[in-house]
Structure formats: structure tokens, C-alpha cells
Design a protein around this ligand. Structure first.
Ligand code: ADQ
Length: 464
């Protein structure tokens, strides 16, 4: 029998919502939650994480939620207000996130709170150690839990522990700005297997290991670390390609597509979390540039950008939101007419059907992050294009660019170049569009999220 899998992630893949005055627990869809659902269920596994703020629930509601979470075999780890503020907002989102996305200019002048980050990581490790049974495999996810592998190793020396970093690992020249640079690497090296999306991020981590500890990786991907072997691997995450393609052909998504079609107009689409790593302002400037240098597109294109609110308790995110909204207003003011608005901006999350409908209706999808671990939207786009049409414009700084080589790759800092690439996408010969889209679809079908999960879990087990 496959070993039982214990998953640790900052958030549980659930949302708790009030419906008719009663709290109801929903499993999240998409990304990690979907990919891990199979192994979670088949291995009789457990998932440990923060369920979000449950403090508003009365005792009966809380009991109902906890019962439901237990049925889903999730273990809620409740965080106090102060822990959320320091561990999640200050350290994870305001220090680690910008540094790992090359934005050390965004670091606060004083960085405080590592001891709270460590203490919260220790609580995750405690919860996993308590649930652990001999033979279990433990899979720790992402930058909020970088100390957990080491803390778990202290508690269960013989455990099989995997760690996967969903965001980039930066070049050491940038990473070394962190005062805790060796402490964080030590945390990750508590694992038996440390996974990255791309060879480049793995290479940055190897360079950090070399410079901090004088250690080299061997040809098989192993590093000798304090009496153990740690394997460094490359595991590019995928999407649930077959399920997305099936849903993309549903009548519900057909309805979204027909609502979006405007005769005589081509559709550009952007779908992101409202995060400064996603490059939304420069994307708007590229569209502005396109309208300035190719006036033939005025009144003939429409750019729909949906940006789901994200981390809006962090000041930098509120400022970023204002910048994005200011740009939309300025560009629409410059080019809009009484009957035409170039940029349609929605600051909200939309349903999977709408994401798929936008992807299917798009002539061109613009995925232009300044830095991204992978970028799932670009893969969802390819999965949704059952008509084998549509052009992907993709940043060369997204992890996905290593695999999706049939996209039109752009440097998102080069606004003129991006504008010209959008023009090329809009004027591309249909046969060429189809050739590229077919190649993209083959790639995302062959490397879907199920393959990502099984490859990681099998590698973790194989090295035992
Ligand atoms: P994210 O930074 O969240 O993920 P991404 O990989 O693009 O970025 O995933 C975003 C997900 O949210 C997609 O499934 C997308 O459809 C959905 N989404 C985005 N905007 C939305 C909106 N407005 N409404 C509804 N849904 C929306 C992190 C890393 C990435 C890495 C993933 C997985 O930053 O680099 O690819 O983890 O490892």
C-alpha cells in the first residue's frame, strides 16, 4: 500500500462561509487543492493548515465546522491575530515574498518577527509529529513553512520529509540580503527532498548552499548534509488539464464565451492575483503603447483584466492597487470614446467558469509577470482551448516559459517590445496560431498536476 501522505500548507484548501446563518465548509478548487485531492484521499492522508479566521463562530458553529474538517481529514491549525500579523503578513508576505521575487527594494527598513515565524512553524511541526505514524510521508509546502522540515526532523528523525517551494528561489546576490539567509536554508535542508519548479531556481539554491556552507550537489542531485543525503529536484507544477478541458466545453462556459464576444472586436485578456510580481501596470502600458503606435487597433480591441484582491491588509498591496486603478483611468481617459473603452478592469475573483470563458474567448492571453514561480493561468489557457486557437503572450520571467516555448515570449520590462508582440499576436496567421496552440496543449496534457504530484511523491519514496 502507498504510504500515508501528510500534507502541510499554510492554508487548508477550504473556505468557511455562512449560508442561511449556518457555517458551511467548501473544499477549494484549482491548483494545489485539486492536484493533491487524489493522493490525499487514496492514501488515507491528512492535511494540516490554517482554516482562516474562525473567531466569529459561536460554539455550535465551531463544532459543526470542526466536525466537517475532520471528515475531510484536515487538521485545522488556528492562528492568533498576532501570529497572522507577524508570521503571515510581516515575514511571509512583506519580507519573503518580495525577496524571492527579486524586490528587495520593497523590504521594510527593520525586519522583526523571525522568532514568531519560527514559533508558528514549530506549531505546524508539532501538529504533524502528533499525527505521524511510522511509514508516513510528509510533504511541506512553500515559503511560509521553510523552517518546518528541520523542526520536524528534530521531532521525528526517521520521517520521510519533502519540501516544495512554489515561488522562485532568487539569485544568491538577492537572497543574501536576508539576515536569516543561512537559517532558512537550514530549515529547508531538514527535508529528504527539496523541490523547485525550474532548473534555474534549483541552480540558485545550489549556489546559495555552495556560498553559505561550501557544499556541492552530486550528479544524482544529492547533497551530503549533516550526516544525511538531501535530494534537490525539479518538478514543474501543472494543471488538471483533462478536467479543465472538459469543463471548458460545458454549456455554462459556452454562455460566458458568447457574452464576451463583441462583433468586430478582438479580445485581450489578463487574469491574475493583484500582486506586484504579476506585472499588471507594465501590461497596461504595453496596451497603451499598442494603441498609440498602431492606431488601427483603436475601437477594434478590448482588454479585459480581472485581478482578484490579494493580501490587502499589507500596505504595499493597497498602494499597488491605487497605482493599477490610476493607470486604467488614465489610459481609458486618453483613448476611450463615448462608445468604446479600451480597458475593462475588474477588481475581483471570478468563478472557474468565468476564468475558462475568458480564456476561451480571448484572441490573446497576456501573462506578463515580472517574476513568477510557474504561472498556472498560462497553462489553464492552453488547457481550455479545445478549439486549438488563441495566442499566449508569456513573460520570459515566469517559470512556465521554460516549458511553454510555443508561446510568444516577452520581456515584460520592455514595454515597446511587448506592445509589438501583442500586435504580432493579433495579426498572426491562423495556421501558425493553431500550430503553436496545439504544441502548448500537448505540453500541458503531458505534464499535468497529477503527474506533478505522483513524480514528487514517488521521488520522495524512492530515496528512502
Ligand atoms: P499564484 O501566485 O497564486 O501561485 P498562479 O500560478 O497564476 O499564481 O495561480 C493563480 C490561480 O488563481 C490560477 O488558478 C487562476 O486561475 C486563479 N485566479 C487568478 N486570478 C483570478 C481571478 N481574478 N478570479 C479567479 N481566479 C483567479 C503561486 C506561485 C505561482 C505558482 C503557483 C503554483 O506564485 O508561480 O504557479 O503558486 O505553484
Amino acid at each position: 500500500m502507498a504510504p500515508r501522505l501528510i500534507i502541510l500548507s499554510n492554508r487548508l484548501p477550504v473556505t468557511v462561509r455562512a449560508e442561511h446563518g449556518e457555517p458551511v465548509v467548501h473544499m477549494s478548487v484549482g491548483g494545489l487543492a485539486t492536484g493533491l485531492r487524489g493522493p490525499h484521499e487514496q492514501s488515507d492522508g491528512l492535511w494540516i493548515g490554517w482554516p482562516g479566521d474562525l473567531s466569529d463562530l459561536d460554539p455550535a458553529g465551531r463544532e459543526k465546522v470542526c466536525r466537517r474538517l475532520a471528515e475531510l481529514r484536515t487538521i485545522p491549525l488556528e492562528l492568533e491575530e498576532r501570529e497572522v500579523e507577524i508570521f503571515y503578513e510581516n515575514i511571509s508576505n512583506a519580507v519573503l515574498w518580495p525577496t524571492f521575487h527579486d524586490r528587495i527594494d520593497r523590504l521594510p527598513l527593520r525586519i522583526d518577527g523571525w522568532e514568531v515565524y519560527d514559533a508558528v512553524n514549530a506549531r505546524y511541526a508539532d501538529a504533524a509529529a502528533e499525527a505521524y505514524r511510522p511509514g508516513d510521508a510528509i510533504w511541506v509546502h512553500d515559503y511560509q513553512l521553510m523552517r518546518v522540515p528541520l523542526l520536524l526532523r528534530d521531532r521525528i528523525p526517521e520521517a520521510r520529509i519533502g519540501f516544495f517551494l512554489h515561488i522562485p528561489f532568487p539569485n544568491p546576490e538577492i537572497y543574501f540580503a536576508l539576515p536569516t539567509r543561512d537559517w532558512l536554508v537550514e530549515g529547508m535542508m531538514g527535508a529528504d527532498l527539496v523541490g523547485f519548479h525550474t532548473r534555474r531556481f534549483q541552480g540558485h539554491f545550489r549556489a546559495a548552499l555552495r556560498r553559505l556552507f561550501g557544499l556541492e550537489m552530486d550528479a544524482a542531485g544529492h547533497v551530503r548534509w549533516r550526516g544525511r543525503q538531501v535530494r534537490l529536484g525539479v518538478f514543474p507544477i501543472g494543471v488538471d488539464t483533462a478536467a479543465l478541458a472538459a469543463r471548458a466545453g460545458s454549456p455554462e462556459v459556452d454562455a460566458v464565451v458568447s457574452d464576451l464576444m463583441v462583433p468586430g472586436q478582438r479580445l485581450l485578456v489578463g487574469i491574475d492575483r493583484l500582486d506586484y510580481s504579476k506585472g499588471i501596470p507594465r501590461r497596461f502600458l504595453a496596451v497603451e503603447r499598442l494603441l498609440a503606435t498602431h492606431p488601427e487597433w483603436r475601437e477594434r480591441i478590448r482588454f479585459v483584466q480581472v485581478a482578484v484582491p490579494s493580501r490587502d491588509r499589507v500596505l504595499a498591496y493597497r498602494e499597488y492597487r491605487r497605482e493599477v486603478e490610476g493607470l486604467v483611468g488614465r489610459i481609458n481617459g486618453r483613448f476611450g470614446t463615448a462608445t468604446w473603452t479600451p480597458i475593462h478592469y475588474m477588481h475581483r475573483g471570478v468563478s472557474t467558469d468565468v476564468v475558462l470563458g475568458l480564456c476561451r474567448a480571448a484572441d490573446v492571453l497576456l501573462c506578463t509577470p515580472l517574476r513568477d514561480g510557474m504561472n498556472l493561468v498560462s497553462k489553464e489557457f492552453a488547457a481550455s482551448r479545445i478549439d486549438e486557437d488563441g495566442v499566449l503572450v508569456l513573460s520570459e520571467f515566469a517559470g512556465a516559459a521554460d516549458e511553454l516555448t510555443d508561446a510568444l515570449l516577452v520581456n515584460p520590462y520592455d514595454i515597446d517590445g511587448t506592445a509589438e508582440t501583442i500586435h504580432a499576436a493579433l495579426t498572426m496567421d491562423p495556421a501558425e496560431r493553431r500550430r503553436r496552440m496545439r504544441a502548448l496543449r500537448e505540453q500541458v496534457a503531458a505534464h499535468d498536476v497529477h503527474r506533478w504530484v505522483s513524480t514528487f511523491v514517488e521521488t520522495l519514496a524512492a530515496d528512502a
